[in-house]
Design a binder for this molecule. Structure first.
Ligand code: HAS
Ligand code: CU
Length: 541
C-alpha cells in the first residue's frame, strides 16, 4: 500500500508541470503564427519575445523540473519500499520552487525578462527573473538531497543487494543535476544578479556563456533521464516481456551522468571566447555521450522484441505487430524511438564541429530540440502520466482511446512542425527572430515551410488539450481504479543478484566527474581571470 501523502506530493508536482506545459503550448502556437509573417496584425517583436521567453522557461525549466521531482519521489518510495525521507522538507522544496516560478513569471509576462530561456548577456532581465530562477534551482536541490539521502540509507540497510534500477537512475539524475546546475548558479549569482541590480556596470559575456554551457548540455540529459527510466523500468513489463539487460541500463545511466557534463562547448563552437582545441575535446566527449542512447535504443528494442515474441509474434519483424499498440506506454516508446532516430541524427550533425557552422543559430536547432525533447522526451512524460494518474488519484483512466489518439497526434504534429524547421535551417533562416524583415527570393522559398509549421503547431496544441482534458477527467472520474494501483517494475531476463561496486554506487562516479570537470572547464574558466577582458554594458531593461 503506497502512503497517500506520497501520492499527494507526487500529484501536486505533476499538476504544476502539466499546467505549465499547456500554457506554454498555447504560446507556441501564437509564436508560429506571428513568426510566419502571414498575419501582419499579429506581428509585434516585444510580444513575440516575451512569449517565446515564457514558453521556453515553462517548457525547459518548469514542466521538466516539476515532472522530474514528482516522478522521482514516487519512484523512490515505490522502488525502495520506504517512506520519503523528510516529508516537510520535500514540501518546502515544492513551495520554494513554485514561488521561484511565480516570481520569474511576473517580469516574463510583463515583457521585462524577454531574454529567452538561455538568457545570454549582455541582454539583461529584471532582477526578479534571475532571483526566481535561482529559487527554482535551489528548490530542485532539495529534491536532489532527498533522493541521494534515500539512496544512501537504502544501501546502508541493504549493503549486498543491487539498488533497484528505478532508484539507481533517479539518484544518478540527482547527482547529474547538482553538478550541472552549479554552472548557471555561478553565472546568475556573480554576474547576472549584480548586473541587473546595478551593482556592476559591465559583464563579460564570454565567461557567462562558458558558465551557461557548463549547464546547457547536462540539463538536456536531466530532462531525458526520467524518460529513459520509464523505458527501462516500465516499458518491458507493459509490453508483456522482460528487460533485456539490467546491467546495460545501469551503464547507460552512468555514462549519461558522467559524460553529459564535460562537453558543453558544442554549444560554443561558433563563439570566439574558447580556443578550438578545447572545443574539439568537448566535441569528442559529445560523441561519447551519444553512446548510451544507442545502448538504450538497442536494449529497449531487444526488450520489445522479447515481449513481441512472447506474445506470439513470428519472423524478422512480425513481433512488432504483436506488441500491444493500444497500451499508451508501448505506443509512446515506439513513437519516441522513431523521433529519436531523426532528433539524434540532427544532434550528431550539430556536434560535428565543421557541420555546426552550417546549422548553428538557424531554425535547424529548434527543429532538433523540439523533436528530441518535445518529441521523444515529452511523449514519454505523457506515457508516465497516463500510467501514474490512476495510481495517484485512485480513479480509472478516463479514456484509453483518447490517450492513443492524443499520442499519435503528438507524433504527427511534431513531425510536421520540425521537418520544415530542419529544412528552413538549411535554407538559412535564423532562429530567435520574430519576423522575416527582408523580402527576396530566399524568403519566398521559406513560405511553404512556414505554412506547414502552423499546421504542425495546431495539431500539437490539439493533442496537448486532449492530454490535459484526459488528466482532468480522470481526476474527477467517478469510476475507481482497481487493477493499476501500484507501479509494476519490469524484471530483467537475467535478474541481477550481485553487482560490482561501480554498477551499484555513485560515489566513485562522482569522483570521475570531478576530475573530468576540472580538466574540461578548469582552464577555460580560469583564463578569464588572467587575461585582459572588456566588459559589455547591459542591454535591456
Ligand atoms: Fe541536442 C542543441 C548535440 C541530444 C536538446 N540540444 C540542443 C538544444 C537543446 C537540445 C534544447 O553538438 C538547444 C540549446 C540552445 O537553445 O542553444 N544533442 C546533441 C547530441 C545529442 C543530443 C549529439 N539534445 C539531445 C537531447 C535533448 C537535446 C536528448 C533534450 C532532451 N544539441 C547538440 C548540439 C547542439 C544541441 C551540438 C548545439 C547546436 C547549436 O549549434 O546551437 C545526442 O545525445 C543524440 C544521440 C541520439 C542518437 C539517435 C539514436 C537513435 C536511436 C533510435 C533507434 C530506433 C529505431 C527504430 C531503430 C544518435 C537509439 C525502432 C522502431 C520500432 C518500431 C521499435
Ligand atoms: Cu548540448
Amino acid at each position: 500500500m503506497i502512503d497517500a501523502s506520497v501520492k499527494k506530493l507526487a500529484l501536486s508536482h505533476l499538476w504544476v508541470a502539466f499546467t505549465a506545459f499547456i500554457v506554454a503550448c498555447f504560446m507556441g502556437e501564437y509564436q508560429v503564427l506571428e513568426r510566419s509573417g502571414f498575419f501582419p496584425a499579429l506581428e509585434s517583436a516585444p510580444v513575440y519575445f516575451a512569449s517565446v521567453s515564457t514558453h521556453g522557461v515553462l517548457m525547459a525549466f518548469v514542466l521538466t523540473t516539476f515532472f522530474i521531482m514528482g516522478f522521482g519521489y514516487y519512484l523512490a518510495t515505490t522502488s525502495l519500499k520506504q517512506p520519503i525521507w523528510n516529508m516537510p522538507l520535500a514540501w518546502g522544496g515544492f513551495w520554494l520552487t513554485l514561488f521561484g516560478v511565480v516570481l520569474a513569471a511576473i517580469p516574463l509576462l510583463s515583457g521585462k525578462a524577454s531574454v529567452l530561456y538561455t538568457f545570454y548577456p549582455p541582454i539583461v532581465a529584471h532582477a526578479a527573473f534571475y532571483i526566481g530562477a535561482t529559487l527554482l534551482v535551489v528548490g530542485s536541490w532539495v529534491w536532489c538531497a532527498i533522493m541521494l539521502v534515500m539512496f544512501t540509507q537504502w544501501k546502508q540497510a541493504n549493503p549486498d543487494l543491487p539498488v533497484p534500477l528505478a532508484m539507481f537512475a533517479t539518484a544518478a539524475n540527482a547527482l547529474l543535476w547538482l553538478w550541472a546546475s552549479a554552472g548557471v548558479a555561478l553565472e546568475v549569482l556573480f554576474q547576472l544578479i549584480p548586473l541587473s541590480l546595478g551593482w556592476i556596470d559591465t559583464i563579460d559575456p564570454g565567461l557567462a556563456r562558458t558558465l551557461f554551457a557548463w549547464t546547457l548540455h547536462p540539463i538536456v540529459y536531466f530532462w531525458l533521464i526520467p524518460a529513459y527510466t520509464a523505458l527501462y523500468v516500465f516499458v518491458p513489463k507493459q509490453a508483456g516481456g522482460y528487460l533485456f539487460s539490467d546491467e546495460m541500463a545501469r551503464i547507460a545511466f552512468i555514462v549519461l551522468a558522467v559524460f553529459a557534463l564535460p562537453i558543453g562547448f558544442h554549444h560554443l563552437y561558433m563563439d570566439p571566447e574558447q580556443a578550438s582545441g578545447w572545443k574539439l575535446l568537448h566535441g569528442i566527449g559529445t560523441f561519447v555521450v551519444a553512446l548510451p542512447t544507442l545502448v538504450t535504443g538497442f536494449t529497449v528494442i531487444a526488450s520489445l522484441e522479447i515481449a513481441g515474441r512472447l506474445r506470439g509474434g513470428k519472423g524478422l519483424f512480425g513481433w512488432i505487430l504483436s506488441l500491444p499498440w493500444l497500451n499508451p506506454m508501448v505506443l509512446s516508446v515506439i513513437l519516441a524511438l522513431l523521433m529519436l532516430i531523426f532528433g539524434g541524427f540532427g544532434g550528431i550533425v550539430n556536434a560535428s564541429y565543421a557541420m555546426n557552422a552550417m546549422v548553428h543559430n538557424t531554425a535547424w536547432v529548434p527543429g532538433h530540440f523540439h523533436l528530441i525533447f518535445g518529441g521523444t522526451t515529452v511523449i514519454m512524460y505523457f506515457a508516465v502520466a497516463y500510467y501514474l494518474w490512476p495510481q495517484l488519484t485512485g480513479k480509472a483512466l478516463f479514456s484509453n482511446t483518447l490517450a492513443i489518439s492524443q499520442l499519435w497526434l503528438w507524433f504527427i504534429g511534431m513531425v510536421i512542425l520540425t521537418t520544415p524547421w530542419h529544412i528552413l535551417g538549411l535554407l538559412g533562416q535564423p532562429r530567435r527572430i520574430s519576423s522575416v524583415v527582408y523580402n527576396n527570393l530566399l524568403t519566398l522559398a521559406w513560405e511553404p515551410y512556414e505554412l506547414a509549421m502552423i499546421f504542425g503547431g495546431l495539431i500539437l496544441l490539439g493533442s496537448a488539450c486532449l492530454f490535459f482534458y484526459n488528466l482532468v477527467k480522470t481526476q474527477f472520474n467517478p469510476i475507481a481504479e482497481t487493477e493499476n494501483t501500484e507501479p509494476e517494475f519490469a524484471e530483467a531476463i537475467h535478474p541481477v543478484t550481485v553487482l560490482p561496486l561501480y554498477l551499484n554506487s555513485l560515489g566513485i562516479w562522482n569522483k570521475v566527474i570531478a576530475v573530468l570537470m576540472a580538466i574540461s572547464f578548469g582552464f577555460p574558466i580560469l583564463q578569464f581571470f588572467f587575461m585582459k577582458t572588456f566588459g559589455s554594458s547591459a542591454w535591456g531593461y
